[in-house]
Write a protein that binds this ligand. Structure first.
Ligand code: HEM
Length: 140
């Protein structure tokens, strides 16, 4: 079971973070070849698809992450590993918040969506730091 949960956690992280990296580094910089109308159409379609992909990844990350905590940390006393894990979870939730702001079609997030490339960059960098902390926790 723990192998399956580790696999789920990794696949969700790869698809979620990889998807953000693709949008940021490949798709958005390539939109310049389209005219305004086409750009808007593709942005709308991509946001609709990315919404379900990213939300599914978040649900899987949280569920498999909670399983990992129960399995590997629950019996551990409070210490450096727990503190680093708490930081990782805090950063993950900040990242999830950005993803929700960019993908929930509500008016209050409009200003955030107007600067989506900047927010995607922030979320991507936070994600890379989360992976670094996770790798350290794994080996540490
Ligand atoms: C952006 C979100 C996240 C990413 C990119 C991420 C990524 C990773 C990666 C790459 C690993 C190492 C897996 C391995 O080598 O086996 C890992 C382990 C782990 N993750 Fe996450 N994770 C995320 C969110 C979460 C959340 C929300 C939780 C808790 C609710 C969580 C709890 C854990 C735990 C407990 C481990 C095991 C650490 C250890 O081996 O000591 N993760 N995560």
């Amino acid at each position: 079971m723990s192998t399956i949960m580790q696999w789920v956690h990794l696949i969700a992280a790869v698809v979620g973070l990889g998807g953000m990296g693709f949008l940021l580094l490949v798709l958005i910089p390539s939109l310049g070849v389209l005219d305004m109308e086409q750009r808007e159409a593709i942005s709308k379609a991509v946001t609709g698809r990315f919404r379900w992909i990213s939300w599914s990844a978040i649900i899987l990350l949280v569920l498999s992450g909670l399983y990992n905590i129960r399995r590997y940390y629950w019996e551990e006393p409070w210490g450096p590993a727990w503190k680093l894990l708490a930081l990782k979870i805090l950063l993950s939730f900040a990242l999830f918040g950005i993803v929700f702001g960019l993908t929930i079609p509500l008016k209050i997030f409009e200003r955030m969506r107007a600067r989506r490339q900047t927010w995607l960059l922030v979320a991507f960098i936070v994600g890379v730091v989360v992976v670094l902390i996770s790798a350290y926790l794994r080996r540490g």
